[in-house]
Write a new protein. Sequence first.
Length: 465
Amino acid sequence: MKYISTRGQSPALSFEEVMLTGLAPDGGLYVPETLPTFDQQTIKSWSHLTYAELAFNIMKPFVEGCFDDAELRHMVDDCYAGFRHDDVAPLVELDANQYVLELFHGPTLAFKDFALQMLGRMLNRVLTRRQKKVVILGATSGDTGSAAIEGCRGCDMIDIFILHPHERVSDVQRKQMTSVLDVNVVNIAVQGNFDDCQQMVKDSFADQSFLPEGRQLVAVNSINWARIMAQIVYYFSAAFKVGGPYKSVSFSVPTGNFGDIFAGYLAKKMGLPIHQLIVATNANDILHRYLETNNYEKGQLLHTMSPSMDIMVSSNFERLLFDALDRDGDALRDLMQSFNSQAVNLPSNAYKNIRSLFDSMSIKDDHMVSVIKSVYETHGYLLDPHSAIGYAAALEKVKDESLPMITLATAHPAKFPEPVLKSGYPRAPELPDHMCDLFDREERYVVKPNDLEAVQSYVTEHLEA
């Protein structure tokens, strides 16, 4: 399989090359030249597979030419054996046809473990094969950083630098990152917001001349196609648990960077019968505003109690826009260049196509806290703030109550004690046993100004030989 850039000016690459490249040289994001699709008979034959077996079947066409079957089987088996629930991604029914998909049983208690544990293993195998050392530079609004560090900390061929917005992630999120003291792991707190961190990463990928000769950047943010690929799997897995593919299923997805719900969109295109996809956002609602008005416009980034979604520029939305524009790279490039300085609108047919695929809702902090409270009081189930936003949107925006509606629970509530306590829950939710000493662990990180040159200089000064 070959991958092409959304902006149409970069050569097609293999999966291995895309995994190591991240952002395309023309500033675009890589997508498959042709998306694999599966007929209903094939999908039905997967309905009783284990999670690792299902992951193998779904990922196999995407990695063709990079890993043989034995390599891929070993990596998926090893990856998901490390999750702390036998079902890997268990489904919990809260009400009639209202479900929560628990995606927080990985090592760092967030959905990003599903992709980053796989990406770490794939990178390790490829870099060892090539005997090549690389630099991972990533930005995080909270969960990506710890998941990336956990996935890559043991690889001798990687130096990993994670940027997070200073004092804008939860204490648990920060400690998960900064208490990893491996010599190849460096955490940088940037005196800005997540979009500032993300822009530094994009600018650094666009011009890597600050690195010493022989080194290159590799992306772990959701601009890396391998992450999107791995996330497709749990949509199939969840659907099977409620009768799919014999009946349609709907999903509500708390999302800031659009990567998680884009994976659901791909699952639908690949043949999974999905009736409805709901984009659930917090007060940083660029996606909701666009879906309501066809006006894609930056706004002021707000600090909320769901910090992993405190994002104003949703990088993966470009991949959807590319499809909506009939994969016209020139048109997409012009659109994104305009977006840098002004609001943009899609042609009416393209907007109608996107609007037919997605519903959306923006949930403010007070509403989110009330949902945590009501769900616990009614069902005895504790949601984290991001999952509560997804569940609120699922209740409000459901179109067909006769079909299963699945909310993606993207993080463990112990990662965000403040909104949980504000809901009236009597105590801070406890961390799992493997993390119970988190706040006793030594921390290591550096605070840097919101300045690209200062951050890049620090990276080059702290590369391992």
